[in-house]
Design a binder for this molecule. Structure first.
Ligand code: AMP
Length: 507
């Protein structure tokens, strides 16, 4: 078995690894590091959790060990699709480079340009960035990429998902042809293959087992619920979820709870809080400081339940997560693997519990065929019973007089999706677990979320995630869209139409 000391890494890197407690390199590390140290391009097909961050960071630190950075000309560049992933790479870099004098800068949206400019002006060895923010700096003339000797593209399939590939191509073209490229992707979609064929030179291809197989350390359970009313399906699932969390008792030290849609993430987090659970949401629409605060709280144990969307949580490395709950069955089978892989990391035990309704059958079949096994069926907790309220028609949202009512009204309007694609109309569902009795209204027609609706929601999440990356261009485009003149009269009523009419005698 390969040892780290066999890998010709810098002694200072080896010391940092030993201090981090790593004993043997993971397969992607053992495969990629020797080629990277020889200066070859590397195509790593690996997911998070495989140790891939160290597989590019360790050789980078070793290779950059000699030489000095010049102002505004970083010597290496790491591109990551989201702020959180970029920040995670930066944290890894700090751990592995702690005995060196190498400098780094993190360029992500939501952080002031001025502070980032100052760092770049001083000269950095390693620049870690999201593609949009990097191009913003470049376009402002604050950054030159002609000194980049090593370029890393991390989570390329996710970049593709989020529409970043044109940016990546542009960045490739801005860096020297002679650069060394370390390129990582969990899957090789045709578009990714095309990019690697274009921009990588005779890469060493290292593929580690795809995580279609879910880790043996994760105990999986599927809890089937047949809602007694379709229009109360979400509420009934929330009640079941609380019972499931309670049934886990103290073994559930913390958990990530996944929903398919951002609106549901908010509703669930709010509902859990109402019921005394320590929960907070994370998704692409929340502002960066809030996302960071929530994640930090979850990491340091001060927050117990993180309610998340796929896009916001994918790739996050939080080592000690005891449980994952799928409040919704994911509509993309691979997301199931990603989601449950948030627990049972680094050899620890984890529990992944999925709530499924008959409407999820198609998605469930796809997941079971991907992971090539049936997810063991678990029992609904014995003492679980649906509340009366959850079995009655949802109450209509009554506009309460006074400030509180008005404020909620505005929030609700903002939350309301364009299409009625929720099982429970969002405004009603937002009215979480109210206890006052209410008249039973005639029900609006609701329907099961269609596959296209879920897809659209996912696309929307990616769009907003991209917007949140602080892409100046996109922001500008969005603003233009908001300010665009209304076709026809719209809100603007020409002045002459508002003037009083005079009779012909008066004229
Ligand atoms: P990554 O796939 O880069 O997100 O890494 C997943 C986790 O594995 C991180 O928490 C790393 O700190 C950890 N890790 C990386 N390499 C090793 C190793 N050789 N031995 C033990 N843990 C590792």
């Amino acid at each position: 078995m390969t040892k780290f000391t066999d890998l010709k890494l810098d002694a200072r890197v080896l010391q940092a690894i030993a201090e981090a407690g790593y004993e043997t390199p993971t397969p992607i590390q053992a495969g990629a590091i020797p080629h990277a140290l020889e200066g070859r391009d590397v195509l790593g097909i690996a997911q998070t959790g495989t140790g891939k961050t160290a597989s590019f960071t360790l050789p980078m630190i070793t290779l950059l060990g000699r030489g000095r950075a010049r102002a505004r000309m970083p010597r290496s560049l790491v591109l990551a699709p989201t702020r959180e992933l970029a920040a995670q790479v930066a944290e890894n870099f700090d751990i592995y480079a702690k005995h060196t004098k190498l400098t780094k800068a993190l360029l992500i949206g939501g952080v002031s340009f001025a502070d980032q400019d100052k760092l770049i002006d001083r000269g950095v060895d390693v620049l870690i960035a999201t593609p949009g923010r990097l191009l913003d700096h470049f376009e402002r003339g604050k950054l030159l990429l002609t000194g980049v000797q090593i370029m890393v593209v991390d989570e390329a399939d996710r970049m593709l998902d989020m529409g970043f590939i044109p940016d990546i191509e542009r960045i490739f073209q801005l860096t020297p042809f002679t650069r060394q490229t370390l390129f990582f992707s969990a899957t090789m979609a045709p578009e990714i293959e095309r990019i690697t064929n274009t921009f990588l030179h005779a890469p060493a291809r290292i593929e580690v087992a795809r995580q279609a197989t879910t880790s043996e350390t994760i105990e999986q359970r599927l809890i089937e619920l047949t809602p007694t009313r379709k229009d109360q399906s979400s509420k009934q699932k929330r009640e079941l979820l609380r019972a499931l969390i309670n049934a886990e008792g103290d073994s559930c030290t913390n958990a990530i709870l996944f929903c398919n849609r951002k609106s549901e993430v908010d509703i669930l987090a709010k509902s859990l809080k109402t019921h005394g659970f320590d929960a907070a949401p994370i998704h692409g629409d929340l502002d960066q400081s809030q996302r960071t605060k929530t994640l930090d709280g979850f990491r340091d144990g001060s927050l117990r339940f993180l309610v998340a969307s796929d896009v916001a949580a994918r790739g996050l490395d939080i080592p000690q997560v005891s449980h994952v709950f799928n409040f919704d069955v994911p509509s993309h089978a691979e997301d199931y693997v990603h989601r449950i892989g948030r627990t049972g990391r680094a050899g620890r035990k984890g529990v992944a519990i999925t709530i499924a309704t008959p409407a999820d059958k198609k998605f469930l079949d796809a997941i079971e065929s991907l992971v090539k096994r049936e997810i063991p069926r678990g029992a609904i907790p014995e003492d679980f019973a649906l509340s009366d309220a959850a079995q009655k028609p949802p109450r209509p949202r009554t506009e309460k007089p006074g400030r509180e009512g008005g404020r909620r009204g505005r929030e609700d309007r903002r939350e309301r999706p364009v299409k009625p694609h929720n099982e429970v109309a969002p405004m009603q569902a937002l009215d979480v677990e109210q206890i006052e009795p209410c008249p039973e209204p005639e029900q609006p027609k609701t329907r099961e979320p269609r596959r296209e609706d879920r897809r659209e929601d996912r696309r929307e999440e990616r769009r907003s995630e991209r917007r949140n990356e602080g892409r100046k261009g996109d922001d500008r485009r969005d603003r233009r869209r908001d300010d665009a003149p209304v076709i026809g009269m719209g809100d603007h009523v020409p002045d002459f139409l508002l003037r009083g009419l005079k009779s012909s005698e008066e004229v």
